[in-house]
Design a protein around this ligand. Structure first.
Ligand SMILES: Nc1ncnc2c1ncn2[C@@H]1O[C@H](COP(=O)(O)OP(=O)(O)O)[C@@H](O)[C@H]1O
Ligand code: SF4
Ligand SMILES: [Mg+2]
Length: 364
């Protein structure tokens, strides 16, 4: 058993869970991934006085061709996780296996060649595009780093094809980011992400900064591109409602760790972790009658600081079911014993000592 602030164990990831059989082989295998940012004191002689445990023992597989949604409140470590997956941050410890090779520790040329295949789409299309570069230069910039993908004479044509693929007029190639709307700018960011023909796209809250009316268009675009280019997605959001329709599986993250992971049906219709249940109870329900029958679970208090997370279960300071055991033992992310020998859709990994099914949202 894991002790109070020890790592979070995972069940044998090879064992298929209900609903996973149809999905492909793992393309990324994440094991015990950790990112601690040192907290220092003193100006001249910096002394480490602690660490922000932004990501603290996360394990999951991304399967070929699937979309894995990752959901959690602001500050729970989603962007830090995304940056480690694409090589923008180096993990403190843990493994990121891509095609069987641990890429967490690669550097130089080896890293460059792997990074070509794992691209990121950023959250904020207003700040992630350089305002002084034309759209053509922005989308074609990855070819400067990887000239082998598109020879110089071909690049303009390639960029115009990419603009067309994401639904922008190829004639806009000489325009600047400020001449586009938010949704169009996110399309530019997506075109840039596709430039090197990656296998994996990590999209960090790609629609959070957009108007609700535009969000669905960008999500639909990403869905269409997935089929066209055979992509696997990690799709990050802070709200469960955004990822529902695009995700094959969903992982719920809390304070640097995963609380629950399963197929979209398992997570939305048969959640067993109290945190997931609370998040679901806050998802907007369009049908007024269904809304009346839905129960709201209000969480007490704020998210604790990742510099000083609670012992045992990190959710215990806000959990209405917390018992003394929850402070003493880290709940492993595994199928809870009571569901192990069942065919129930509640049979999926949930990091709770007292996991039980609770129907929160009316099915659609
Ligand atoms: N470069 C950094 N240095 C120190 N702390 C950081 C850094 N980046 C993120 N953090 C902290 O790590 C935690 C997780 O942040 P982040 O990964 O951005 O969460 P999310 O994307 O879920 O909102 C937060 O407490 C944040 O303040
Ligand atoms: S382990 Fe305990 S504190 Fe954590 S979610 Fe389950 S019941 Fe709540
Ligand atoms: Mg973020």
């Amino acid at each position: 058993m894991a002790h109070a602030d020890g790592p979070q164990a995972v069940q044998d990831p090879q064992r298929p869970q209900p609903g996973q059989a149809a999905l492909g082989e793992p393309i990324l295998e994440i094991r015990d991934l950790v990112k601690h940012y040192p907290l220092t004191q003193g100006v001249l002689f910096k002394k480490q006085v602690g660490a922000v445990k932004a990501v603290d023992g996360v394990s999951f597989d991304l399967r070929k061709g699937e979309t894995l949604g990752i959901v959690g409140e602001s500050g729970c470590g989603k962007s830090t996780l995304a940056k480690m997956l694409v090589g923008l941050e180096r993990p403190t410890s843990g493994q990121i296996r891509y095609q069987g090779q641990d890429i967490a520790t690669l550097s130089g040329r080896a890293m460059k060649s792997v990074r070509r295949n794992i691209q990121m789409v950023f959250q904020d299309p207003y700040t992630s595009l350089n305002p002084r570069m034309t759209v053509g230069d922005i989308v074609g910039e990855p070819y400067e780093i990887h000239p082998e993908v598109a020879p110089k004479g071909d690049r303009r044509k390639r960029v115009q094809e990419l603009l067309d693929v994401v639904g922008l007029n190829p004639e806009y190639i000489n325009r600047y980011p400020h001449q586009f709307s938010g949704g169009q700018r996110q399309r530019i960011g997506i075109a840039r992400g596709l430039a090197l023909r990656p296998e994996i796209i990590v999209a960090d809250e790609p629609v959070s900064a957009l108007d609700v009316s535009v969000q669905a268009q960008v999500v639909n675009l990403l869905e269409g591109l997935q089929d066209e280019f055979d992509l696997s997605y990690v799709f990050i959001a802070h709200d469960l409602s955004v990822v529902r329709h695009i995700s094959d599986r969903v992982a719920v993250m809390y304070l640097g760790r995963l609380a629950e992971i399963g197929t979209d049906e398992q997570i939305y219709d048969h959640p067993t972790h109290p945190y997931t249940q609370a998040l679901l109870s806050a998802v907007p329900v369009p049908d007024p009658e269904a809304r009346e029958h839905r129960e709201r679970i209000l969480l007490a208090g704020d998210v604790p600081s990742p510099a000083d997370p609670p012992s045992g279960c990190r959710f215990r300071t806000r959990c209405w079911k917390a018992q003394p055991l929850c402070a003493e033992v880290v709940p492993p992310l595994e199928v809870p014993a009571e569901f192990q020998d069942t065919e129930s859709p509640a049979r999926h990994a949930s990091a709770c000592h007292f996991a039980e099914e609770r129907h929160v949202v009316p099915s659609d």
